[in-house]
Design a protein around this ligand. Structure first.
Ligand code: FES
Length: 573
């Protein structure tokens, strides 16, 4: 056997040896160092399951990961594998500046390279908080070693004066009431302590929960495990079963590239739409698909949205929480409802097809208050729609299931904020000339802006209008919106203002027409005037001199390409 063929056929710790120019010496050296861990040679000869382990003092959502890790390891050991955890970047949504999205690609690169560089036959991806699951799936797809996702699971709800509270839709609801003067400072401080009370991810169908459901729909996670609450004993059993399934993957390898296909991505889009899921998930799913060489076009999103009902009644679009979704039947019940719309021949990580999974599950009890029957949907059409027009030639996203339909067909006067700083300086000024019929426009909050595409698209209602009882207005930006937010909020306008898109040309007083029924977003300004404004735009900002900020600015793609780095997509540069 040649040295190359020995490398190619190597498994366990013999895989991917450190290069000292002498393969046998490398193996001998690795074994001798591995033995310093106290593991027996019998253990060291077993198939290796790497565990991408992402606890962090800066990530409250992963607080329970040490306990979850023990359960994964138990499953691996019981099935005859050797579990070896390794750290990667962890992204705690609320603790990152300027935004967690800016670091999603960094985490994906870390995950990809550590899976590829270290000797593991399969990998368990432990993630949960918003950007961590997409980062891990992107990295695992690029590394393409057998992988299985395990998520943190959602938080339980808290209580405040007899009301259930869940991060973070209720965070926003109470903050809006505080801004409107309905709650005093002492009240909002009491609520602050009751919004996020357990380990786990946000308690509603925000980005983390949406991505967990998408991972299950893609077949990259064990059936029925996306929605189990973080602190439920079933979460530990799911972790153990995930470890066991990972060992099975070492013996019968199924690679992520076999699971993420055009068909499974379409299934995931159906699930996203039926969930009324997070707008962020469009960006992440586009990036995940891009790693597998599939493209999601916004036209295709609209076609699927027109034929996919919203079946899940969860906040922020509905009334229930993730713990209710789990008790109601979870992703399995949703997939069963969507069955006629799905590609049932898609493979899953267990080796079953999606159709076989659903057939094996049979018809279980479903709480129809939370997961509606297809004949009685929450909405007859999908929760998300892409808009196109002269203001968004590359598209924009509206979460219509979380918006006020009375604002869907209208023309309005633009009230423009040129940056986040400008927004925070003027939004509550008594001098701001604004009415409830105006369109609030935020510029320079897209992927290449200094703000790194923050979840700032949910512009606050100006204080004087909030105090007068205004609850929703049309808001337009190149920013993102938290999956837990709601309102008539047009997001991800592409190309962004910082890249010279038409959004950069909007000025106070311009007329903008929104038509959700026609899927249009148009700036009603004459082309000669736009040309004059375009010529007067400032030159592009200089690229940062060094480090990740430089790599990010030089490489990040627009929202319609998932904000991945150009050199990381399957197509590469
Ligand atoms: Fe981690 Fe919401 S802050 S999921």
């Amino acid at each position: 056997m040649t040295e190359e063929s020995k490398d190619a056929s190597a498994v366990g710790l013999a895989r991917g040896l450190t290069n000292y120019g002498d393969r046998d010496f490398s193996l001998y050296l690795r074994r001798s160092f591995a033995r310093s861990t106290g593991l027996s040679s019998e253990m060291l000869a077993k198939p290796v399951v790497g565990i991408a382990f992402t606890p962090s003092g800066f990530n409250n959502c992963h607080r329970h990961f040490p306990e979850l890790l023990e359960a994964v390891k138990r499953g691996v050991l019981a099935a005859g594998g050797l579990p070896l955890e390794f750290p990667t970047v962890s992204l705690g949504e609320i603790f990152l500046n300027p935004t967690s999205l800016m670091f999603r690609n960094l985490m994906s690169m870390d995950t990809e390279e550590m899976i590829r560089a270290q000797p593991m036959d399969a990998v368990v991806l432990m993630g949960g908080c918003d950007k961590t699951v997409p980062a891990q799936l992107m990295g695992a797809l690029s590394a393409d070693r057998p992988a299985i996702q395990l998520v943190a699971g959602p938080m339980m709800t808290g209580r405040h004066q007899g009301e259930r509270l869940g991060a973070c839709t209720d965070c926003r609801r109470f903050w809006a009431r505080f801004r409107a003067g309905e709650i005093d400072r002492a009240g909002i401080e009491r609520i602050e302590g009751r919004l996020a009370t357990t380990a786990g991810t946000c308690a509603v169908m925000g980005t983390a929960s949406t991505m967990a459901c998408i991972a299950e729909a893609l077949g990259l996670m064990l059936p029925g495990t996306a929605a189990i609450p973080a602190v439920h004993a079933d979460r530990l059993r799911a972790a153990e079963a995930t470890g066991t399934a990972a060992v099975a993957l070492t013996r019968r390898p199924i690679r992520p590239s076999q699971l993420v296909t055009e068909k499974s991505v379409e299934n995931a889009l159906r699930v996203l739409l039926a969930l009324g899921g997070s707008t962020n998930a469009i960006i992440h799913l586009t990036a995940i698909a891009g790693r597998a060489g599939s493209a999601i076009t916004l036209d295709r999103l609209n076609a699927l949205s027109a034929t996919t009902p919203v079946l899940v009644n969860l906040k922020p679009t509905g009334t229930h929480y993730m713990e209710d979704f789990f008790a109601a039947g979870g992703v399995g019940a949703l997939l069963a409802g969507l069955k006629p719309l799905l590609h049932l021949d898609c493979l899953t990580v267990t080796g079953e097809t999606l159709g076989e999974r659903l057939a094996a599950a049979g018809e279980g009890w479903v709480d129809r208050a939370v997961i509606r029957a297809p004949a009685d949907p929450v909405e007859p059409q999908g929760g998300l729609i892409a808009l196109f027009g002269s203001l968004a030639p590359g598209g924009a996203i509206l979460k219509r299931s979380a918006a006020d339909a009375r604002l869907f067909e209208r023309e309005g006067r633009a009230v423009v904020f040129s940056s986040l700083e400008d927004l925070s300086r003027r939004i509550d000024s008594p001098d701001l000339e604004v009415t409830a019929e105006d369109f609030l426009v935020l510029q320079n909050a897209g992927p290449t802006s200094d703000s790194g595409m923050p979840e700032a698209g949910y512009l606050p209602i100006p204080a004087k209008l909030a105090r007068a009882g205004v609850k929703d207005m049309v808001r337009i930006s190149d920013a993102r919106m938290s999956g837990t937010a709601f309102g008539t909020v047009v997001l991800h306008v592409t190309p962004e203002a910082a890249a010279g898109g038409p959004l950069a040309l909007v000025r106070d007083g311009d007329r903008i027409r929104l038509s959700v029924s026609a899927g249009r977003l148009d700036l009603l300004v004459a082309e000669e005037e736009l040309a004059r404004r375009r010529a007067a735009l400032p030159p592009p900002r200089p690229v940062p001199a060094r480090g990740y900020a430089r790599l990010y600015r030089q490489s990040v793609l627009q929202a319609d390409r998932g904000c991945d780095f150009d050199f990381l997509t399957a197509a590469g540069r």
